[in-house]
Design a protein around this ligand. Structure first.
Ligand SMILES: Nc1ncnc2c1ncn2[C@@H]1O[C@H](COP(=O)(O)OP(=O)(O)O)[C@@H](O)[C@H]1O
Ligand SMILES: [Mg+2]
Length: 258
Protein backbone atom coordinates (compact mmCIF):
# COMPACT_ATOMS: atom_id res chain seq x y z
CA UNK A 1 0.00 0.00 0.00
CA UNK A 2 1.24 3.48 -0.84
CA UNK A 3 1.30 5.95 1.99
CA UNK A 4 -0.77 9.05 1.33
CA UNK A 5 1.38 12.10 2.02
CA UNK A 6 -0.09 14.60 4.40
CA UNK A 7 0.07 18.05 2.83
CA UNK A 8 -0.50 20.56 5.56
CA UNK A 9 0.35 23.62 3.51
CA UNK A 10 -2.42 23.02 0.95
CA UNK A 11 -5.61 25.00 1.48
CA UNK A 12 -8.22 22.87 3.25
CA UNK A 13 -10.97 21.43 1.09
CA UNK A 14 -13.81 23.88 1.32
CA UNK A 15 -17.39 22.97 2.11
CA UNK A 16 -18.58 25.28 -0.65
CA UNK A 17 -19.10 23.09 -3.70
CA UNK A 18 -20.79 25.46 -6.14
CA UNK A 19 -20.23 29.18 -5.82
CA UNK A 20 -21.86 31.79 -8.04
CA UNK A 21 -20.67 35.33 -7.38
CA UNK A 22 -22.26 38.41 -8.96
CA UNK A 23 -23.37 36.44 -12.00
CA UNK A 24 -25.05 38.40 -14.76
CA UNK A 25 -26.39 37.20 -18.05
CA UNK A 26 -28.37 38.79 -20.87
CA UNK A 27 -30.25 37.37 -23.80
CA UNK A 28 -30.13 40.44 -26.01
CA UNK A 29 -31.97 43.15 -24.07
CA UNK A 30 -33.32 40.67 -21.51
CA UNK A 31 -31.32 40.68 -18.26
CA UNK A 32 -32.08 37.06 -17.44
CA UNK A 33 -29.71 36.62 -14.46
CA UNK A 34 -29.16 39.69 -12.30
CA UNK A 35 -26.35 39.75 -9.74
CA UNK A 36 -26.82 36.18 -8.66
CA UNK A 37 -24.90 35.21 -5.52
CA UNK A 38 -25.48 31.62 -4.55
CA UNK A 39 -23.34 29.16 -2.62
CA UNK A 40 -24.21 25.48 -2.45
CA UNK A 41 -22.50 23.48 0.22
CA UNK A 42 -21.32 19.92 -0.10
CA UNK A 43 -24.24 17.61 0.61
CA UNK A 44 -26.79 20.40 0.49
CA UNK A 45 -30.11 20.07 -1.36
CA UNK A 46 -31.30 23.38 -2.75
CA UNK A 47 -34.72 23.65 -4.37
CA UNK A 48 -35.16 26.55 -6.78
CA UNK A 49 -38.69 27.74 -7.38
CA UNK A 50 -40.25 30.70 -9.07
CA UNK A 51 -42.57 31.76 -11.87
CA UNK A 52 -42.05 30.63 -15.44
CA UNK A 53 -39.48 32.80 -17.19
CA UNK A 54 -37.72 33.83 -13.97
CA UNK A 55 -34.39 32.35 -15.07
CA UNK A 56 -34.32 29.01 -13.24
CA UNK A 57 -33.33 26.93 -16.26
CA UNK A 58 -30.77 29.50 -17.34
CA UNK A 59 -29.27 29.38 -13.85
CA UNK A 60 -28.88 25.60 -14.09
CA UNK A 61 -27.46 25.82 -17.57
CA UNK A 62 -24.79 28.32 -16.53
CA UNK A 63 -23.65 26.02 -13.71
CA UNK A 64 -22.49 23.41 -16.19
CA UNK A 65 -21.61 25.99 -18.80
CA UNK A 66 -24.28 25.09 -21.34
CA UNK A 67 -24.72 28.89 -21.27
CA UNK A 68 -21.99 31.49 -20.94
CA UNK A 69 -22.22 34.33 -18.44
CA UNK A 70 -21.54 38.02 -19.11
CA UNK A 71 -19.94 38.85 -15.78
CA UNK A 72 -19.28 37.37 -12.38
CA UNK A 73 -17.83 33.95 -11.67
CA UNK A 74 -18.88 30.37 -11.12
CA UNK A 75 -16.68 27.81 -9.46
CA UNK A 76 -17.15 24.12 -8.85
CA UNK A 77 -15.28 22.62 -5.90
CA UNK A 78 -12.91 25.55 -5.74
CA UNK A 79 -12.12 25.66 -9.46
CA UNK A 80 -13.44 28.48 -11.63
CA UNK A 81 -15.39 27.29 -14.66
CA UNK A 82 -13.10 27.79 -17.65
CA UNK A 83 -14.38 29.21 -20.91
CA UNK A 84 -13.66 26.16 -23.04
CA UNK A 85 -11.32 23.27 -23.72
CA UNK A 86 -10.47 20.02 -22.00
CA UNK A 87 -10.55 21.49 -18.52
CA UNK A 88 -14.13 22.62 -19.15
CA UNK A 89 -15.11 19.12 -20.30
CA UNK A 90 -13.64 17.71 -17.11
CA UNK A 91 -15.39 20.18 -14.83
CA UNK A 92 -18.64 19.75 -16.72
CA UNK A 93 -18.47 16.03 -16.09
CA UNK A 94 -18.50 16.84 -12.36
CA UNK A 95 -21.98 18.33 -12.81
CA UNK A 96 -24.72 15.83 -13.59
CA UNK A 97 -27.83 17.19 -15.23
CA UNK A 98 -31.33 15.80 -15.56
CA UNK A 99 -33.78 17.69 -17.75
CA UNK A 100 -37.54 17.74 -18.12
CA UNK A 101 -37.22 15.76 -21.34
CA UNK A 102 -35.28 12.59 -20.77
CA UNK A 103 -32.77 13.02 -23.60
CA UNK A 104 -31.77 9.37 -23.73
CA UNK A 105 -30.09 8.06 -26.88
CA UNK A 106 -33.01 6.43 -28.71
CA UNK A 107 -30.89 4.02 -30.74
CA UNK A 108 -28.99 2.69 -27.70
CA UNK A 109 -30.24 0.29 -25.06
CA UNK A 110 -30.86 1.43 -21.51
CA UNK A 111 -27.64 -0.29 -20.44
CA UNK A 112 -25.63 1.35 -23.24
CA UNK A 113 -27.08 4.75 -22.33
CA UNK A 114 -25.66 4.42 -18.83
CA UNK A 115 -22.32 2.97 -20.02
CA UNK A 116 -21.48 5.46 -22.76
CA UNK A 117 -20.29 8.50 -20.80
CA UNK A 118 -18.28 6.32 -18.44
CA UNK A 119 -16.32 4.95 -21.41
CA UNK A 120 -16.02 8.12 -23.50
CA UNK A 121 -15.51 10.73 -20.80
CA UNK A 122 -14.34 8.83 -17.73
CA UNK A 123 -12.22 6.42 -19.83
CA UNK A 124 -13.43 3.34 -17.99
CA UNK A 125 -13.16 -0.06 -19.63
CA UNK A 126 -16.33 -1.72 -20.88
CA UNK A 127 -16.52 -4.29 -18.11
CA UNK A 128 -16.24 -1.73 -15.30
CA UNK A 129 -18.73 0.57 -17.05
CA UNK A 130 -21.25 -2.25 -17.38
CA UNK A 131 -20.89 -3.31 -13.74
CA UNK A 132 -21.43 0.25 -12.57
CA UNK A 133 -24.34 0.78 -15.00
CA UNK A 134 -26.14 -2.32 -13.76
CA UNK A 135 -25.59 -1.30 -10.14
CA UNK A 136 -27.07 2.14 -10.82
CA UNK A 137 -29.99 0.79 -12.85
CA UNK A 138 -30.80 -1.49 -9.90
CA UNK A 139 -30.52 1.44 -7.53
CA UNK A 140 -33.12 3.47 -9.48
CA UNK A 141 -35.35 0.41 -9.84
CA UNK A 142 -35.03 -0.35 -13.55
CA UNK A 143 -32.41 -3.10 -13.50
CA UNK A 144 -34.73 -5.49 -15.32
CA UNK A 145 -35.10 -3.04 -18.23
CA UNK A 146 -31.39 -2.90 -19.12
CA UNK A 147 -31.68 -4.59 -22.53
CA UNK A 148 -34.63 -2.48 -23.72
CA UNK A 149 -34.60 0.68 -25.79
CA UNK A 150 -35.81 3.94 -24.20
CA UNK A 151 -39.04 4.03 -26.22
CA UNK A 152 -40.06 0.69 -24.68
CA UNK A 153 -40.05 2.25 -21.20
CA UNK A 154 -42.59 4.48 -19.44
CA UNK A 155 -41.74 8.14 -18.92
CA UNK A 156 -41.01 7.54 -15.24
CA UNK A 157 -38.68 4.66 -16.06
CA UNK A 158 -36.90 6.73 -18.72
CA UNK A 159 -36.35 9.56 -16.30
CA UNK A 160 -34.91 7.14 -13.74
CA UNK A 161 -32.53 5.87 -16.45
CA UNK A 162 -31.56 9.49 -17.12
CA UNK A 163 -30.75 9.88 -13.41
CA UNK A 164 -28.69 6.67 -13.47
CA UNK A 165 -26.84 7.93 -16.55
CA UNK A 166 -25.96 11.19 -14.84
CA UNK A 167 -24.86 9.37 -11.67
CA UNK A 168 -22.62 7.07 -13.72
CA UNK A 169 -20.25 9.99 -14.27
CA UNK A 170 -19.71 10.21 -10.48
CA UNK A 171 -20.71 13.88 -10.45
CA UNK A 172 -20.00 16.11 -7.48
CA UNK A 173 -23.34 17.85 -7.86
CA UNK A 174 -26.59 16.93 -9.60
CA UNK A 175 -28.81 19.51 -11.25
CA UNK A 176 -32.44 18.67 -11.90
CA UNK A 177 -34.47 21.02 -14.08
CA UNK A 178 -38.16 20.21 -13.60
CA UNK A 179 -37.48 16.47 -13.81
CA UNK A 180 -41.11 15.48 -13.27
CA UNK A 181 -42.90 18.17 -15.29
CA UNK A 182 -43.26 16.05 -18.42
CA UNK A 183 -44.47 12.96 -16.57
CA UNK A 184 -47.94 11.54 -16.18
CA UNK A 185 -49.07 12.10 -12.58
CA UNK A 186 -48.83 8.44 -11.58
CA UNK A 187 -45.14 8.40 -12.49
CA UNK A 188 -44.05 11.49 -10.61
CA UNK A 189 -43.58 9.79 -7.25
CA UNK A 190 -41.32 7.01 -8.49
CA UNK A 191 -38.90 9.68 -9.77
CA UNK A 192 -39.20 11.86 -6.66
CA UNK A 193 -38.49 8.81 -4.48
CA UNK A 194 -35.24 8.16 -6.33
CA UNK A 195 -34.31 11.81 -5.80
CA UNK A 196 -35.26 11.62 -2.12
CA UNK A 197 -32.99 8.63 -1.67
CA UNK A 198 -30.17 10.43 -3.45
CA UNK A 199 -30.61 13.38 -1.11
CA UNK A 200 -30.55 11.07 1.93
CA UNK A 201 -27.36 9.49 0.58
CA UNK A 202 -25.72 12.90 0.78
CA UNK A 203 -25.63 13.95 -2.87
CA UNK A 204 -25.32 17.69 -3.44
CA UNK A 205 -28.38 18.67 -5.46
CA UNK A 206 -29.92 21.70 -7.12
CA UNK A 207 -33.52 20.97 -8.01
CA UNK A 208 -35.85 23.20 -9.98
CA UNK A 209 -39.32 21.87 -9.27
CA UNK A 210 -42.92 22.76 -8.58
CA UNK A 211 -43.27 19.70 -6.34
CA UNK A 212 -43.69 21.43 -3.01
CA UNK A 213 -43.94 18.15 -1.10
CA UNK A 214 -40.46 17.29 -2.30
CA UNK A 215 -39.20 20.76 -1.45
CA UNK A 216 -40.60 20.51 2.06
CA UNK A 217 -39.20 17.09 2.80
CA UNK A 218 -35.89 17.02 0.91
CA UNK A 219 -34.63 20.58 0.67
CA UNK A 220 -32.20 22.14 3.11
CA UNK A 221 -32.91 25.48 1.51
CA UNK A 222 -35.44 26.99 -0.88
CA UNK A 223 -34.31 29.67 -3.30
CA UNK A 224 -37.10 31.76 -4.75
CA UNK A 225 -36.40 33.52 -8.06
CA UNK A 226 -38.36 36.12 -9.97
CA UNK A 227 -37.34 38.27 -12.94
CA UNK A 228 -33.79 37.00 -12.96
CA UNK A 229 -33.12 37.69 -9.30
CA UNK A 230 -32.95 35.67 -6.14
CA UNK A 231 -35.70 37.32 -4.15
CA UNK A 232 -35.69 35.14 -1.08
CA UNK A 233 -33.81 32.19 0.43
CA UNK A 234 -34.97 30.26 3.46
CA UNK A 235 -35.41 26.86 5.02
CA UNK A 236 -38.47 25.15 3.54
CA UNK A 237 -40.69 25.44 6.63
CA UNK A 238 -39.99 29.10 7.01
CA UNK A 239 -40.41 29.77 3.30
CA UNK A 240 -43.72 27.95 2.91
CA UNK A 241 -45.26 29.00 6.23
CA UNK A 242 -43.88 32.49 6.39
CA UNK A 243 -42.65 33.89 3.09
CA UNK A 244 -41.20 37.37 3.57
CA UNK A 245 -41.51 38.92 0.10
CA UNK A 246 -44.74 39.87 -1.63
CA UNK A 247 -43.52 38.12 -4.78
CA UNK A 248 -43.13 34.85 -2.91
CA UNK A 249 -46.47 35.24 -1.13
CA UNK A 250 -48.18 35.88 -4.45
CA UNK A 251 -46.43 32.93 -6.13
CA UNK A 252 -47.26 30.53 -3.30
CA UNK A 253 -50.90 31.56 -3.21
CA UNK A 254 -51.14 30.73 -6.91
CA UNK A 255 -49.45 27.34 -6.83
CA UNK A 256 -50.87 26.12 -3.51
CA UNK A 257 -54.47 26.89 -4.44
CA UNK A 258 -54.95 24.30 -7.11
N1 LIG B 1 -31.70 30.86 -25.58
C1 LIG B 1 -32.47 31.91 -25.24
N2 LIG B 1 -32.54 33.00 -26.02
C2 LIG B 1 -33.30 34.07 -25.70
N3 LIG B 1 -34.07 34.12 -24.59
C3 LIG B 1 -34.06 33.04 -23.77
C4 LIG B 1 -33.27 31.87 -24.06
N4 LIG B 1 -33.46 30.98 -23.06
C5 LIG B 1 -34.33 31.55 -22.21
N5 LIG B 1 -34.69 32.78 -22.62
C6 LIG B 1 -35.57 33.71 -21.92
O1 LIG B 1 -35.00 33.95 -20.64
C7 LIG B 1 -36.01 34.04 -19.64
C8 LIG B 1 -35.73 33.02 -18.57
O2 LIG B 1 -35.89 31.72 -19.11
P1 LIG B 1 -35.68 30.40 -18.27
O3 LIG B 1 -34.34 30.44 -17.65
O4 LIG B 1 -36.00 29.27 -19.16
O5 LIG B 1 -36.80 30.58 -17.12
P2 LIG B 1 -37.52 29.49 -16.22
O6 LIG B 1 -36.74 28.22 -16.31
O7 LIG B 1 -37.54 30.08 -14.86
O8 LIG B 1 -38.91 29.35 -16.77
C9 LIG B 1 -37.33 33.82 -20.36
O9 LIG B 1 -37.87 35.08 -20.63
C10 LIG B 1 -36.94 33.11 -21.63
O10 LIG B 1 -37.84 33.40 -22.66
MG1 LIG C 1 -37.30 26.32 -16.91
Amino acid sequence: MTAVPVTKDVAPQTDDLVVLASVNKHFGALHVLQDIDLTIKRGEVVVVIGPSGSGKSTLCRTINRLETIDSGSISIDGKPLPQEGRELARLRADVGMVFQSFNLFAHKTVLENVMLGQIKVRRKDKKAAETRARELLDRVGVGTQAAKYPAQLSGGQQQRVAIARALAMDPKVMLFDEPTSALDPEMINEVLEVMQQLARDGMTMVVVTHEMGFARSAANRVVFMADGRIIEEAQPDQFFNNPRSDRAKDFLSKILHH
